[in-house]
Design a protein around this ligand. Structure first.
Ligand code: ZN
Length: 203
């Protein structure tokens, strides 16, 4: 199983971090030990100072594919979830400034929080779904999948040129604007449309 992630897939988020809007998807990956499931708490590690939440729609691949054409990409996933791409932002900034890989800031244990999956058929159009992150009852990030720079199908087609997609792989599809640090005691609740997908604590 692999976890592929997309950076800068929402214009407003790319701009809030002073990044250019990309002309092709920015892709990175996380290790399998990054997964944080079942609403378990996120324990803030001590190797960095600032851990940011990035709420993202996640898809799970359900058939093997390589060099998938965009018009067939919808056949390669049938469920969606909501996750958090936790990011050690100060460490990431340090690594980026040196031109080094992001892994330590993006792929550490617990950095891939993930809800249960629901059928994409629950939505009239999976590319028009509202989602949001509330922290301590206050909405901090909200987006709609129709704001993606690269659609889910385009992402699947793109990444499958480089990586064979296998059953059970996950793709984190990028975060909208509003990222920020979490602190001990915060309660994070995520919604796809009006359905609560996760509810967990920062410790
Ligand atoms: Zn992200």
């Amino acid at each position: 199983m692999k976890i592929l992630c997309v950076g800068r897939n929402y214009v407003a988020h790319a701009k809030e971090l002073n990044n250019q809007v990309p002309d092709e998807p920015v892709i990175f990956s996380k290790t399998d030990s990054a997964l944080l499931l079942k609403n378990k708490p996120f324990f803030i590690p001590d190797f960095a100072g600032e851990f940011h939440h990035e709420v993202e729609v996640v898809v799970r691949i359900n058939r093997v594919g390589k060099n998938i054409a965009p018009q067939f990409a919808h056949r390669y996933y049938n469920e969606v979830a909501l996750g958090i791409d936790f990011t050690a932002r100060d460490l990431q900034a340090k690594l980026k400034s040196k031109g080094l890989p992001w892994e330590k800031s993006k792929s550490f244990d617990g950095s891939a929080m993930l809800s249960n999956f629901i059928s994409k058929d629950k939505f009239a159009n999976v590319q028009d779904v509202n989602f949001r992150l509330d922290i301590n009852g206050e909405t901090r990030q909200q987006g709609n999948t129709n704001q993606m720079i690269f659609s889910i199908d385009e992402l699947i087609a793109h990444v499958s040129q480089y990586f064979t997609l296998k059953i059970g792989d996950f793709i984190y599809t990028g975060t909208p604007a509003g990222v920020g640090p979490v602190k001990i005691g915060d309660r994070l609740q995520g919604y796809l449309q009006d359905e609560m997908m996760f509810d967990f604590l920062i410790k």
